[in-house]
Design a binder for this molecule. Structure first.
Ligand SMILES: Cc1cc2nc3c(=O)[nH]c(=O)nc-3n(C[C@H](O)[C@H](O)[C@H](O)COP(=O)(O)OP(=O)(O)OC[C@H]3O[C@@H](n4cnc5c(N)ncnc54)[C@H](O)[C@@H]3O)c2cc1C
Length: 479
Protein backbone atom coordinates (compact mmCIF):
# COMPACT_ATOMS: atom_id res chain seq x y z
CA UNK A 1 0.00 0.00 0.00
CA UNK A 2 2.43 2.56 -1.31
CA UNK A 3 3.61 4.05 -4.55
CA UNK A 4 7.33 4.35 -3.93
CA UNK A 5 9.47 1.21 -4.25
CA UNK A 6 6.57 -0.89 -5.51
CA UNK A 7 8.01 -3.37 -8.00
CA UNK A 8 4.74 -5.15 -8.98
CA UNK A 9 3.16 -1.81 -9.87
CA UNK A 10 6.25 -0.76 -11.80
CA UNK A 11 6.30 -4.00 -13.77
CA UNK A 12 2.57 -3.65 -14.51
CA UNK A 13 3.17 -0.14 -15.80
CA UNK A 14 6.14 -1.25 -17.91
CA UNK A 15 4.10 -4.09 -19.44
CA UNK A 16 2.05 -1.45 -21.31
CA UNK A 17 -0.98 -3.68 -20.73
CA UNK A 18 -4.26 -2.25 -19.39
CA UNK A 19 -4.13 -2.83 -15.66
CA UNK A 20 -6.89 -3.22 -13.10
CA UNK A 21 -5.79 -2.08 -9.64
CA UNK A 22 -7.48 -4.13 -6.93
CA UNK A 23 -7.41 -4.76 -3.20
CA UNK A 24 -9.32 -7.75 -1.83
CA UNK A 25 -11.02 -7.46 1.55
CA UNK A 26 -11.28 -11.22 2.04
CA UNK A 27 -14.06 -12.31 4.43
CA UNK A 28 -12.22 -15.46 5.59
CA UNK A 29 -9.13 -13.44 6.52
CA UNK A 30 -11.08 -10.60 8.11
CA UNK A 31 -13.04 -13.00 10.32
CA UNK A 32 -10.04 -15.09 11.43
CA UNK A 33 -9.04 -15.07 15.11
CA UNK A 34 -5.92 -12.92 14.55
CA UNK A 35 -7.80 -10.11 12.78
CA UNK A 36 -9.30 -6.92 14.22
CA UNK A 37 -11.10 -3.84 12.98
CA UNK A 38 -8.00 -1.74 13.81
CA UNK A 39 -6.12 -3.55 11.02
CA UNK A 40 -8.80 -2.91 8.41
CA UNK A 41 -9.21 0.71 9.43
CA UNK A 42 -5.50 1.15 8.80
CA UNK A 43 -5.84 -0.53 5.39
CA UNK A 44 -8.83 1.63 4.52
CA UNK A 45 -7.02 4.83 5.50
CA UNK A 46 -4.06 3.77 3.34
CA UNK A 47 -6.21 3.01 0.32
CA UNK A 48 -8.13 6.28 0.66
CA UNK A 49 -4.90 8.24 0.60
CA UNK A 50 -3.51 6.28 -2.34
CA UNK A 51 -6.71 6.77 -4.29
CA UNK A 52 -6.39 10.54 -3.87
CA UNK A 53 -3.00 10.38 -5.56
CA UNK A 54 -4.18 7.93 -8.20
CA UNK A 55 -7.20 10.11 -9.00
CA UNK A 56 -4.87 12.90 -10.16
CA UNK A 57 -3.76 10.55 -12.95
CA UNK A 58 -7.20 9.08 -13.66
CA UNK A 59 -6.55 5.79 -11.85
CA UNK A 60 -8.45 4.06 -9.04
CA UNK A 61 -7.85 1.09 -6.76
CA UNK A 62 -11.02 -1.01 -6.54
CA UNK A 63 -11.81 -2.62 -3.23
CA UNK A 64 -13.47 -5.97 -3.66
CA UNK A 65 -15.27 -7.65 -0.77
CA UNK A 66 -14.86 -11.29 -1.67
CA UNK A 67 -12.43 -14.18 -1.48
CA UNK A 68 -9.52 -13.58 -3.87
CA UNK A 69 -10.12 -16.79 -5.79
CA UNK A 70 -13.85 -16.20 -6.29
CA UNK A 71 -13.23 -12.61 -7.40
CA UNK A 72 -10.48 -13.62 -9.80
CA UNK A 73 -12.75 -16.24 -11.30
CA UNK A 74 -15.37 -13.57 -12.04
CA UNK A 75 -12.76 -11.18 -13.41
CA UNK A 76 -11.50 -13.75 -15.88
CA UNK A 77 -15.05 -14.08 -17.21
CA UNK A 78 -15.04 -10.39 -18.05
CA UNK A 79 -11.45 -9.69 -19.03
CA UNK A 80 -8.77 -11.55 -20.88
CA UNK A 81 -6.42 -11.71 -17.91
CA UNK A 82 -2.85 -12.47 -18.92
CA UNK A 83 -0.84 -11.52 -15.85
CA UNK A 84 -1.33 -11.09 -12.13
CA UNK A 85 1.21 -8.80 -10.45
CA UNK A 86 1.64 -8.85 -6.67
CA UNK A 87 4.10 -8.86 -3.83
CA UNK A 88 4.79 -12.14 -2.05
CA UNK A 89 2.87 -12.36 1.18
CA UNK A 90 4.57 -14.15 4.08
CA UNK A 91 1.37 -14.40 6.08
CA UNK A 92 -0.44 -16.99 8.17
CA UNK A 93 -1.62 -20.42 7.12
CA UNK A 94 -4.84 -18.96 5.74
CA UNK A 95 -3.13 -16.58 3.32
CA UNK A 96 -0.72 -19.36 2.34
CA UNK A 97 -3.66 -21.63 1.44
CA UNK A 98 -5.24 -18.77 -0.52
CA UNK A 99 -1.98 -18.27 -2.43
CA UNK A 100 -1.86 -21.94 -3.31
CA UNK A 101 -5.41 -21.93 -4.66
CA UNK A 102 -4.76 -18.73 -6.63
CA UNK A 103 -1.56 -20.26 -8.06
CA UNK A 104 -3.47 -23.37 -9.15
CA UNK A 105 -6.18 -21.21 -10.72
CA UNK A 106 -3.61 -19.10 -12.61
CA UNK A 107 -1.99 -22.26 -13.92
CA UNK A 108 -5.33 -23.63 -15.09
CA UNK A 109 -6.22 -20.35 -16.84
CA UNK A 110 -2.69 -19.84 -18.20
CA UNK A 111 -2.35 -16.57 -16.29
CA UNK A 112 1.21 -15.67 -15.41
CA UNK A 113 1.42 -14.75 -11.72
CA UNK A 114 4.40 -12.47 -11.20
CA UNK A 115 5.14 -12.31 -7.49
CA UNK A 116 7.91 -10.09 -6.15
CA UNK A 117 9.79 -10.55 -2.86
CA UNK A 118 9.29 -8.07 -0.03
CA UNK A 119 11.90 -6.66 2.30
CA UNK A 120 14.73 -9.00 1.37
CA UNK A 121 12.87 -12.13 2.48
CA UNK A 122 13.54 -15.05 0.15
CA UNK A 123 10.90 -17.71 -0.43
CA UNK A 124 12.17 -21.26 -0.12
CA UNK A 125 15.63 -20.25 1.14
CA UNK A 126 17.05 -23.60 2.22
CA UNK A 127 19.77 -22.34 4.52
CA UNK A 128 19.75 -18.96 6.23
CA UNK A 129 23.52 -18.58 6.45
CA UNK A 130 23.55 -16.18 3.55
CA UNK A 131 20.51 -14.24 4.69
CA UNK A 132 22.27 -11.12 6.05
CA UNK A 133 24.48 -10.84 2.98
CA UNK A 134 21.50 -11.12 0.59
CA UNK A 135 19.55 -8.66 2.69
CA UNK A 136 22.32 -6.02 2.53
CA UNK A 137 22.46 -6.38 -1.25
CA UNK A 138 18.68 -5.95 -1.58
CA UNK A 139 18.66 -2.91 0.71
CA UNK A 140 21.54 -1.24 -1.12
CA UNK A 141 19.75 -1.36 -4.51
CA UNK A 142 18.02 1.82 -5.77
CA UNK A 143 14.33 2.45 -4.99
CA UNK A 144 11.82 1.67 -7.73
CA UNK A 145 9.80 4.54 -9.05
CA UNK A 146 6.46 4.13 -10.87
CA UNK A 147 5.51 6.52 -13.62
CA UNK A 148 1.77 7.01 -13.02
CA UNK A 149 1.46 9.07 -16.18
CA UNK A 150 2.29 6.00 -18.25
CA UNK A 151 0.19 3.50 -16.32
CA UNK A 152 -2.74 2.29 -18.43
CA UNK A 153 -5.47 1.57 -15.91
CA UNK A 154 -8.92 0.21 -16.64
CA UNK A 155 -12.30 0.72 -15.00
CA UNK A 156 -14.24 -2.03 -13.33
CA UNK A 157 -17.89 -1.99 -14.45
CA UNK A 158 -20.20 -1.07 -11.57
CA UNK A 159 -21.81 -3.91 -9.60
CA UNK A 160 -19.78 -6.60 -11.29
CA UNK A 161 -18.16 -7.53 -8.01
CA UNK A 162 -19.17 -6.64 -4.44
CA UNK A 163 -17.18 -3.58 -3.40
CA UNK A 164 -16.18 -3.04 0.21
CA UNK A 165 -18.60 -0.57 1.73
CA UNK A 166 -18.05 -0.67 5.52
CA UNK A 167 -16.57 2.58 6.77
CA UNK A 168 -14.25 2.47 9.78
CA UNK A 169 -14.30 5.86 11.51
CA UNK A 170 -10.92 7.26 12.56
CA UNK A 171 -9.77 6.61 16.11
CA UNK A 172 -7.25 9.25 17.23
CA UNK A 173 -5.67 6.87 19.75
CA UNK A 174 -4.23 4.77 16.92
CA UNK A 175 -1.55 5.68 14.39
CA UNK A 176 -3.27 6.56 11.11
CA UNK A 177 -2.61 4.45 8.02
CA UNK A 178 -1.15 5.75 4.76
CA UNK A 179 2.19 6.66 3.18
CA UNK A 180 1.77 10.31 4.26
CA UNK A 181 1.63 9.43 7.96
CA UNK A 182 4.37 6.83 7.45
CA UNK A 183 6.75 9.45 6.07
CA UNK A 184 5.94 11.86 8.90
CA UNK A 185 6.84 9.18 11.47
CA UNK A 186 9.97 8.25 9.52
CA UNK A 187 11.29 11.81 9.29
CA UNK A 188 10.37 12.89 12.79
CA UNK A 189 12.16 9.81 14.12
CA UNK A 190 15.31 10.09 12.01
CA UNK A 191 15.80 13.82 12.60
CA UNK A 192 14.30 14.44 16.07
CA UNK A 193 12.87 11.62 18.16
CA UNK A 194 15.81 9.25 17.70
CA UNK A 195 18.03 11.17 20.14
CA UNK A 196 16.73 9.19 23.14
CA UNK A 197 15.97 5.99 21.21
CA UNK A 198 18.38 3.62 22.93
CA UNK A 199 17.98 5.31 26.32
CA UNK A 200 14.20 4.90 26.46
CA UNK A 201 13.68 1.81 24.33
CA UNK A 202 12.32 -0.31 27.21
CA UNK A 203 10.35 2.41 29.02
CA UNK A 204 6.63 1.89 28.42
CA UNK A 205 5.72 5.59 28.40
CA UNK A 206 8.78 7.36 27.02
CA UNK A 207 9.35 4.82 24.22
CA UNK A 208 6.04 5.79 22.66
CA UNK A 209 7.83 8.92 21.44
CA UNK A 210 11.45 7.87 21.31
CA UNK A 211 10.97 4.63 19.34
CA UNK A 212 10.38 4.96 15.63
CA UNK A 213 6.76 3.62 15.68
CA UNK A 214 7.34 2.50 12.09
CA UNK A 215 6.15 -1.07 12.63
CA UNK A 216 2.55 -0.69 11.32
CA UNK A 217 3.84 1.15 8.25
CA UNK A 218 6.28 -1.68 7.53
CA UNK A 219 3.76 -4.42 8.32
CA UNK A 220 1.07 -3.03 6.04
CA UNK A 221 3.47 -1.86 3.35
CA UNK A 222 3.12 1.94 3.54
CA UNK A 223 6.92 1.90 3.62
CA UNK A 224 9.30 -0.63 2.13
CA UNK A 225 12.23 -1.73 4.26
CA UNK A 226 14.53 -0.45 1.53
CA UNK A 227 12.98 3.03 1.81
CA UNK A 228 13.63 3.05 5.56
CA UNK A 229 17.16 1.75 5.09
CA UNK A 230 18.00 4.44 2.50
CA UNK A 231 16.45 7.19 4.65
CA UNK A 232 18.47 5.97 7.66
CA UNK A 233 21.76 6.15 5.75
CA UNK A 234 20.87 9.67 4.63
CA UNK A 235 20.03 10.70 8.20
CA UNK A 236 23.36 9.33 9.48
CA UNK A 237 25.18 11.34 6.85
CA UNK A 238 23.23 14.51 7.72
CA UNK A 239 23.09 14.23 11.53
CA UNK A 240 26.19 12.18 12.32
CA UNK A 241 24.18 10.27 14.97
CA UNK A 242 25.48 6.82 14.18
CA UNK A 243 24.98 5.43 17.69
CA UNK A 244 21.18 5.61 17.86
CA UNK A 245 20.69 4.89 14.20
CA UNK A 246 22.99 1.86 14.22
CA UNK A 247 20.91 0.48 17.08
CA UNK A 248 17.79 1.12 14.99
CA UNK A 249 19.32 -0.31 11.79
CA UNK A 250 20.02 -3.64 13.50
CA UNK A 251 16.32 -3.93 14.31
CA UNK A 252 15.40 -3.40 10.68
CA UNK A 253 17.47 -6.46 9.89
CA UNK A 254 15.85 -8.42 12.74
CA UNK A 255 12.42 -7.59 11.30
CA UNK A 256 13.27 -9.42 8.08
CA UNK A 257 15.33 -12.11 9.80
CA UNK A 258 12.29 -13.17 11.84
CA UNK A 259 10.04 -13.23 8.79
CA UNK A 260 12.66 -15.31 6.98
CA UNK A 261 12.73 -17.73 9.89
CA UNK A 262 8.94 -18.01 9.75
CA UNK A 263 9.02 -18.44 5.99
CA UNK A 264 11.15 -21.55 6.40
CA UNK A 265 9.29 -22.90 9.48
CA UNK A 266 5.70 -21.73 9.05
CA UNK A 267 4.50 -24.44 11.45
CA UNK A 268 5.70 -21.92 14.11
CA UNK A 269 2.17 -20.50 13.88
CA UNK A 270 0.87 -23.63 15.60
CA UNK A 271 3.66 -25.79 16.99
CA UNK A 272 6.69 -25.38 19.23
CA UNK A 273 9.81 -24.92 17.13
CA UNK A 274 11.53 -27.39 19.43
CA UNK A 275 9.17 -30.32 19.93
CA UNK A 276 11.01 -31.27 23.12
CA UNK A 277 8.71 -28.71 24.83
CA UNK A 278 5.52 -30.42 23.66
CA UNK A 279 4.98 -32.33 26.88
CA UNK A 280 4.98 -29.32 29.21
CA UNK A 281 2.49 -26.48 29.61
CA UNK A 282 -0.17 -27.94 27.34
CA UNK A 283 -3.30 -27.32 29.44
CA UNK A 284 -5.21 -24.05 29.20
CA UNK A 285 -6.92 -22.51 32.22
CA UNK A 286 -9.66 -20.29 30.80
CA UNK A 287 -9.93 -18.27 34.03
CA UNK A 288 -6.26 -17.32 33.95
CA UNK A 289 -6.44 -16.50 30.23
CA UNK A 290 -9.54 -14.35 30.80
CA UNK A 291 -7.89 -12.48 33.70
CA UNK A 292 -4.79 -11.75 31.60
CA UNK A 293 -6.86 -10.58 28.62
CA UNK A 294 -9.00 -8.38 30.86
CA UNK A 295 -5.97 -6.79 32.54
CA UNK A 296 -7.02 -8.14 35.94
CA UNK A 297 -3.91 -9.97 37.12
CA UNK A 298 -3.25 -7.69 40.08
CA UNK A 299 0.24 -6.83 38.73
CA UNK A 300 -0.11 -3.16 37.76
CA UNK A 301 2.46 -3.06 34.95
CA UNK A 302 1.01 -6.18 33.29
CA UNK A 303 -2.54 -4.85 33.57
CA UNK A 304 -1.54 -1.39 32.33
CA UNK A 305 0.16 -2.93 29.28
CA UNK A 306 -2.98 -4.87 28.40
CA UNK A 307 -5.14 -1.77 28.76
CA UNK A 308 -2.70 0.32 26.73
CA UNK A 309 -2.39 -2.14 23.84
CA UNK A 310 -6.15 -2.61 23.67
CA UNK A 311 -6.63 1.14 23.41
CA UNK A 312 -3.70 2.16 21.21
CA UNK A 313 -2.45 -0.95 19.38
CA UNK A 314 1.14 -0.33 20.52
CA UNK A 315 3.61 -1.52 23.15
CA UNK A 316 7.39 -1.48 23.00
CA UNK A 317 9.36 -4.70 22.68
CA UNK A 318 10.11 -5.13 26.39
CA UNK A 319 6.48 -4.74 27.43
CA UNK A 320 5.35 -7.24 24.74
CA UNK A 321 7.96 -9.64 26.10
CA UNK A 322 6.75 -9.05 29.64
CA UNK A 323 3.14 -9.87 28.69
CA UNK A 324 4.13 -13.12 27.01
CA UNK A 325 6.55 -14.05 29.79
CA UNK A 326 3.86 -13.46 32.41
CA UNK A 327 1.33 -15.48 30.43
CA UNK A 328 3.55 -18.46 29.65
CA UNK A 329 5.85 -18.62 32.69
CA UNK A 330 3.92 -17.15 35.62
CA UNK A 331 0.44 -18.23 34.51
CA UNK A 332 1.95 -21.35 32.90
CA UNK A 333 -0.31 -21.17 29.85
CA UNK A 334 0.58 -22.52 26.38
CA UNK A 335 1.69 -19.61 24.18
CA UNK A 336 -0.90 -20.66 21.57
CA UNK A 337 -3.69 -19.59 23.99
CA UNK A 338 -2.48 -15.97 23.97
CA UNK A 339 -1.09 -15.44 20.48
CA UNK A 340 -4.33 -14.56 18.68
CA UNK A 341 -5.43 -12.17 21.39
CA UNK A 342 -2.23 -10.11 21.11
CA UNK A 343 -2.29 -10.37 17.30
CA UNK A 344 -5.67 -8.66 17.38
CA UNK A 345 -4.33 -5.91 19.63
CA UNK A 346 -1.09 -5.12 17.74
CA UNK A 347 -1.71 -2.62 14.97
CA UNK A 348 1.56 -3.85 13.45
CA UNK A 349 0.57 -7.53 13.52
CA UNK A 350 3.05 -9.34 11.29
CA UNK A 351 2.76 -13.15 11.54
CA UNK A 352 6.41 -13.64 10.60
CA UNK A 353 7.57 -11.65 13.63
CA UNK A 354 4.70 -12.35 15.98
CA UNK A 355 4.90 -16.15 16.19
CA UNK A 356 8.70 -16.51 16.40
CA UNK A 357 8.78 -13.74 19.04
CA UNK A 358 6.00 -15.40 21.01
CA UNK A 359 7.95 -18.64 20.99
CA UNK A 360 11.20 -16.92 21.93
CA UNK A 361 9.58 -15.35 24.97
CA UNK A 362 7.82 -18.62 25.84
CA UNK A 363 11.17 -20.43 25.62
CA UNK A 364 9.95 -23.02 23.11
CA UNK A 365 12.63 -22.27 20.54
CA UNK A 366 15.09 -24.24 22.66
CA UNK A 367 18.13 -22.48 21.22
CA UNK A 368 17.62 -19.08 22.89
CA UNK A 369 18.18 -18.01 26.48
CA UNK A 370 14.91 -18.30 28.43
CA UNK A 371 13.97 -15.12 30.29
CA UNK A 372 11.39 -15.13 33.06
CA UNK A 373 10.62 -11.48 33.62
CA UNK A 374 9.69 -10.35 37.11
CA UNK A 375 6.75 -7.91 36.61
CA UNK A 376 7.55 -6.02 39.82
CA UNK A 377 11.22 -5.52 38.94
CA UNK A 378 10.31 -4.47 35.39
CA UNK A 379 7.85 -1.98 36.84
CA UNK A 380 10.41 -0.49 39.25
CA UNK A 381 13.09 -0.34 36.53
CA UNK A 382 11.03 1.03 33.64
CA UNK A 383 8.10 2.89 35.21
CA UNK A 384 9.60 4.00 38.53
CA UNK A 385 7.04 6.70 39.35
CA UNK A 386 4.09 4.74 37.96
CA UNK A 387 3.36 7.34 35.28
CA UNK A 388 2.40 4.70 32.71
CA UNK A 389 0.50 2.54 35.21
CA UNK A 390 -1.60 5.46 36.44
CA UNK A 391 -2.43 6.53 32.91
CA UNK A 392 -3.97 3.13 32.13
CA UNK A 393 -5.29 2.12 35.55
CA UNK A 394 -6.78 5.37 36.86
CA UNK A 395 -8.06 3.71 40.04
CA UNK A 396 -4.40 3.60 41.17
CA UNK A 397 -3.80 7.30 40.43
CA UNK A 398 -3.39 8.38 44.06
CA UNK A 399 -1.03 5.52 45.01
CA UNK A 400 2.51 6.85 45.65
CA UNK A 401 5.61 5.43 43.86
CA UNK A 402 6.66 3.33 46.85
CA UNK A 403 3.42 1.31 46.60
CA UNK A 404 2.47 1.52 42.93
CA UNK A 405 4.43 -1.59 41.91
CA UNK A 406 2.98 -3.81 44.67
CA UNK A 407 -0.29 -2.18 45.78
CA UNK A 408 -1.37 -5.32 47.64
CA UNK A 409 1.26 -4.52 50.26
CA UNK A 410 -0.60 -1.39 51.36
CA UNK A 411 -2.26 -1.46 54.79
CA UNK A 412 -6.02 -0.94 55.13
CA UNK A 413 -5.32 2.61 56.23
CA UNK A 414 -3.10 3.33 53.23
CA UNK A 415 -5.71 1.90 50.88
CA UNK A 416 -8.24 4.26 52.37
CA UNK A 417 -5.86 7.17 52.12
CA UNK A 418 -5.05 6.45 48.45
CA UNK A 419 -8.68 5.72 47.60
CA UNK A 420 -8.35 2.17 46.32
CA UNK A 421 -9.55 -1.02 47.96
CA UNK A 422 -7.43 -4.01 46.94
CA UNK A 423 -9.69 -6.98 46.27
CA UNK A 424 -12.64 -4.90 45.11
CA UNK A 425 -11.43 -1.78 43.23
CA UNK A 426 -8.27 -3.47 42.02
CA UNK A 427 -7.54 -7.24 42.19
CA UNK A 428 -5.20 -9.10 44.49
CA UNK A 429 -2.29 -10.71 42.59
CA UNK A 430 -3.63 -13.67 40.66
CA UNK A 431 -0.51 -15.76 41.39
CA UNK A 432 2.52 -15.50 43.65
CA UNK A 433 5.37 -14.69 41.27
CA UNK A 434 8.07 -16.07 43.54
CA UNK A 435 6.35 -19.48 43.45
CA UNK A 436 5.45 -19.38 39.75
CA UNK A 437 8.95 -18.26 38.72
CA UNK A 438 10.49 -21.13 40.72
CA UNK A 439 8.10 -23.63 39.14
CA UNK A 440 8.70 -22.31 35.61
CA UNK A 441 12.47 -22.19 36.07
CA UNK A 442 12.66 -25.78 37.29
CA UNK A 443 10.35 -27.16 34.61
CA UNK A 444 11.95 -25.26 31.75
CA UNK A 445 15.53 -25.94 32.77
CA UNK A 446 14.81 -29.62 33.27
CA UNK A 447 13.12 -29.81 29.85
CA UNK A 448 15.88 -27.82 28.20
CA UNK A 449 18.46 -30.34 29.38
CA UNK A 450 16.44 -33.30 28.07
CA UNK A 451 17.83 -35.36 25.23
CA UNK A 452 14.79 -34.60 23.00
CA UNK A 453 15.36 -30.83 23.28
CA UNK A 454 19.09 -31.19 22.70
CA UNK A 455 18.52 -33.37 19.65
CA UNK A 456 15.97 -30.93 18.28
CA UNK A 457 18.38 -28.04 18.89
CA UNK A 458 21.00 -29.77 16.80
CA UNK A 459 18.45 -30.27 14.02
CA UNK A 460 17.35 -26.62 14.14
CA UNK A 461 20.89 -25.23 14.11
CA UNK A 462 22.02 -27.54 11.34
CA UNK A 463 19.01 -26.89 9.20
CA UNK A 464 18.93 -23.16 9.31
CA UNK A 465 22.00 -21.35 10.34
CA UNK A 466 25.14 -21.33 12.39
CA UNK A 467 24.97 -20.78 16.13
CA UNK A 468 26.47 -17.32 15.97
CA UNK A 469 23.93 -15.89 13.55
CA UNK A 470 21.04 -17.51 15.39
CA UNK A 471 21.54 -15.34 18.43
CA UNK A 472 19.45 -12.39 17.19
CA UNK A 473 21.49 -9.86 19.13
CA UNK A 474 24.58 -10.66 17.06
CA UNK A 475 22.77 -9.83 13.84
CA UNK A 476 24.28 -6.50 12.89
CA UNK A 477 23.80 -4.31 9.90
CA UNK A 478 26.69 -2.26 8.52
CA UNK A 479 25.49 1.34 8.25
C1 LIG B 1 5.55 -11.27 21.64
C2 LIG B 1 5.99 -10.27 20.62
C3 LIG B 1 5.23 -10.09 19.48
C4 LIG B 1 5.64 -9.17 18.51
N1 LIG B 1 4.85 -9.01 17.41
C5 LIG B 1 5.22 -8.13 16.45
C6 LIG B 1 4.40 -7.94 15.29
O1 LIG B 1 3.36 -8.59 15.13
N2 LIG B 1 4.82 -7.03 14.36
C7 LIG B 1 5.97 -6.31 14.52
O2 LIG B 1 6.30 -5.49 13.65
N3 LIG B 1 6.76 -6.50 15.60
C8 LIG B 1 6.43 -7.37 16.57
N4 LIG B 1 7.25 -7.53 17.66
C9 LIG B 1 8.58 -6.90 17.69
C10 LIG B 1 8.71 -5.51 18.33
O3 LIG B 1 8.16 -5.51 19.60
C11 LIG B 1 8.07 -4.42 17.47
O4 LIG B 1 8.55 -4.51 16.15
C12 LIG B 1 8.44 -3.03 17.97
O5 LIG B 1 8.07 -2.89 19.33
C13 LIG B 1 7.73 -1.98 17.12
O6 LIG B 1 7.96 -0.69 17.62
P1 LIG B 1 8.79 0.40 16.81
O7 LIG B 1 8.35 0.43 15.39
O8 LIG B 1 8.71 1.67 17.57
O9 LIG B 1 10.23 -0.28 16.90
P2 LIG B 1 11.70 0.33 16.79
O10 LIG B 1 12.41 -0.02 18.04
O11 LIG B 1 11.69 1.73 16.38
O12 LIG B 1 12.37 -0.59 15.66
C14 LIG B 1 12.32 -0.29 14.27
C15 LIG B 1 11.71 -1.44 13.50
O13 LIG B 1 12.52 -2.60 13.66
C16 LIG B 1 11.70 -3.77 13.74
N5 LIG B 1 11.89 -4.39 15.06
C17 LIG B 1 12.15 -3.77 16.24
N6 LIG B 1 12.32 -4.69 17.21
C18 LIG B 1 12.15 -5.89 16.64
C19 LIG B 1 12.22 -7.22 17.12
N7 LIG B 1 12.52 -7.50 18.39
N8 LIG B 1 11.99 -8.22 16.26
C20 LIG B 1 11.72 -7.98 14.96
N9 LIG B 1 11.65 -6.75 14.44
C21 LIG B 1 11.87 -5.71 15.27
C22 LIG B 1 10.26 -3.28 13.56
O14 LIG B 1 9.92 -3.37 12.21
C23 LIG B 1 10.34 -1.83 13.98
O15 LIG B 1 9.35 -1.04 13.39
C24 LIG B 1 6.85 -8.44 18.67
C25 LIG B 1 7.60 -8.63 19.83
C26 LIG B 1 7.18 -9.53 20.80
C27 LIG B 1 8.01 -9.71 22.03
Amino acid sequence: MRLIDHLPLLRAQESDTPTLLIYFYEPSIMSFADSDERHWRFVQQSLTELNKTFAEWGHHIYTIHDEALAALRKLTELFNVTTLFSHEEIGNNLTYARDQSVAAFCKEKKIEWKEFPTNGVVRGLGNRKLFSQNWMQTMSAPLYSVDLKNLISIQLPANLLPSFTTYFPANPRFQPGGPGAANKYLNSFLYERKSSYSKHISKPEESRKSCSRLSPYLAWGNLSMKQVYHATLEAIAKTGDKRNLQFFGNRLLWHCHFIQKFESECRLEFENLNEGFNEIRNKTDSNLVAAWEAGCTGYPLVDACIECVKNTGYLNFRMRSLLVSFFTHHLWQPWQAGAHFLARQFLDYEPGIHYPQFQMQAGTMGINTIRIYNPVKQSIDHDPTGLFIKKWIPILRHVPPNHIHQPWKMTELEQELYQVKIGSDYPHPIVSISETAKHAREKLWQTKKSSVVQKENRRILKLHTNRKAEAEKTLQVEL
